[in-house]
Design a protein around this ligand. Structure first.
Ligand code: ZN
Length: 220
């Protein structure tokens, strides 16, 4: 049904967006990836994203979003701000105010320029760290706003929205991408590819999901 259509994947080089890239390749005739450079702590993230798209033969746009870092310094962009999980209902120090709003809006501008109707993002409400801009209601609201702002009929897809991390590994496996995602993606806040540092919140979440999924797979 969608095989003749074009899609833009918001792509960071992490587990989630790489799984989305494989998902999109199955769904759409043409897939384009867009990565936002906001002076992330680790340039490895951009390098990782470049390598993955190159290997998969996917056209890759890297857009400069250093403005975001200028406006909202946070633990992902500054070495002197520690990565801290949110406590007592506070947002974690890795939260970047407005990030997904801006990224999705620019992805919409790109989609409009290249004639793509579909936008894919790996945001997820299930395991989310308390980020308000990963919620389903936010994405649906933004979809309406983008369509109104550009007089377009975009469809934002969130294939991971209701999956936990184990289910995201399962999806990658079903897409034939389990090893690729495990070995080539970067999730770690300390910039270590694949299984990462094992210590930061992102690594812990990724590992728990992986262990749960491997346990489940053994039982099949
Ligand atoms: Zn880590």
């Amino acid at each position: 049904m969608l095989k003749d259509e074009k899609a833009v994947v918001v792509f960071s080089g992490g587990q989630d967006s790489t799984t989305c890239l494989f998902w999109a390749k199955e769904q759409f005739a043409e897939v384009v990836a867009v990565t936002f450079d906001y002076n992330q702590r680790h340039i490895t993230e951009i390098e990782c994203a470049k390598n993955i798209t190159k290997e998969l033969g996917i056209k890759h746009h890297i857009l400069d979003m250093s403005l975001l870092n200028q406006l909202a310094p946070n633990a992902l962009t500054r070495d002197d701000i520690a990565v801290k999980e949110g406590e007592n209902g506070e947002l974690p120090s890795t939260f970047v105010p407005g990030r997904n709003l801006l990224f999705m809006s620019f992805a919409g501008v790109l989609a409009s320029q290249i004639g793509a109707k579909h936008i894919i993002t790996g945001v997820c409400e299930t395991d989310f760290s308390g980020y308000p801009d990963c919620r389903d209601i936010f994405v649906k609201s933004l979809n309406v706003t983008l369509n109104l702002s550009m007089d377009e009929q975009f469809v934002i897809h969130t294939p991971l929205m209701w999956l936990n991390k184990a289910e995201t590994w399962k999806l990658a496996d079903e897409l034939g991408a389990f090893d690729f995602v495990r070995e080539k993606t970067l999730t770690c806040y300390n910039g270590i590819v694949a299984d990462g540092c094992g210590e930061c919140p992102a690594c812990k979440l990724r590992k728990k999901g992986l262990d749960d999924y491997l346990e489940e797979r053994k039982g099949l």
